[in-house]
Design a binder for this molecule. Structure first.
Ligand code: NAD
Length: 280
């Protein structure tokens, strides 16, 4: 029987802590959120980010664009936000409509305001284990939950299932920075159950509902479920949670695990961006 890590509670205490810090500031750190089109899930995520920002004493400025907005218009907007000294963090809510060049737009964000950590400069700093990097919020959320377990990470076998730019790769990099022995699995990986069986830490970020089975897990493994899948109108993770919690030592639920941590870490990054900009 495992400890179920309560991401909601841990995130709330991080937000409370950010609030204590923002109360002492003369100006409210401000996060600009670029939202394009009518993707329902994106709208929910953005709403959550705005309300959490308010709780943390930060300001969120929502910039909405029509589905058919041009790359040029977005680029110009990002460039003006880069120069605006009242804006301390900028995020582009993904996914963008197919006609837009996502990577090019992400690279337009000033790395000092890139609180999603998606700019290649921040990815490079993370790779160099440089503390100046803004780490992507979900990856930082996973690492914070791992710290909550109190388990020493050094030397552990960590398996990250998923190699996306925004979750899998940064989590794997951060685990490596903590001296884990890291394996990255992806859609072309052979014999995933055997890799899971060997892992002390499993981070599931593949977007496949309940794919990771309890029978694959090593007894006492730490299981971080990043997946958010809507199945029959219910949110489900990438891990078969109920049986897995009988085998794992620590496990995150979906919802209420990594999800709320992602929002809290975005706000933490925004506060840190503000402090960096003021101190530079
Ligand atoms: P993605 O689709 O960009 O990447 C999925 C990755 O999983 C790919 O690298 C792919 O190779 C791998 N994969 C797919 N099928 C696989 C299989 N059968 N075996 C092994 N690997 C496989 O997705 P993403 O953006 O990285 O998100 C992953 C999941 O995490 C999604 O469910 C997403 O909704 C969720 N997510 C949650 C949060 C959060 O805050 N909790 C944040 C971002 C994403």
């Amino acid at each position: 029987m495992s400890v179920v890590l309560n991401g909601k509670e841990i995130a709330a205490s991080i937000i409370e802590n950010i609030k204590k810090q923002t109360e002492k500031l003369q100006e409210k750190p401000t996060l600009a959120i670029i939202l394009v089109g009518h993707n329902e899930a994106s709208r929910i995520y953005v709403r959550n980010k705005c309300s959490a920002a308010q709780k943390a004493g930060l300001q969120a400025e929502l910039l909405e664009f029509e589905e058919n907005v041009s790359a040029k218009t977005l680029k110009e907007k990002i460039q003006s936000l880069n120069l605006d000294s009242h804006i301390h963090g900028i995020i582009i809510q993904l996914p963008l409509p197919a006609h837009l060049p996502t990577q090019e737009l992400l690279e337009t964000v000033d790395p000092l305001k890139d609180v999603d950590g998606f700019h290649p400069l921040n990815a490079g700093l993370l790779q160099n284990n440089n503390p100046a990097a803004f780490a992507p919020a979900t990856a930082r959320g996973v690492m914070t939950l791992l710290r909550e377990t109190g388990v020493e990470l050094e030397g552990k076998n960590a398996l990250v299932i998923g190699r996306s730019q925004i979750v899998g790769k940064p989590v794997a990099q951060m685990l490596l920075n903590k001296n884990c022995t890291v394996t990255i699995a992806h859609s072309k990986t052979q014999n995933l159950p055997a890799l899971v069986q060997n892992a002390d830490i499993v981070v599931a970020a593949c977007g496949r509902p309940k794919m990771v089975k309890a029978s694959w897990l090593k007894k006492g493994a730490i299981v971080m479920d990043v997946g958010i899948n809507r199945v029959e109108n219910k949110l489900t993770g990438d891990v078969d949670f109920e049986p897995a919690k009988e085998v794992a030592s620590f496990i995150t639920p979906v919802p209420g695990g990594v999800g709320p941590m992602t929002v809290a870490m975005l706000l933490q990054n925004t506060l840190e961006a503000y402090l960096k900009q003021k101190n530079s």
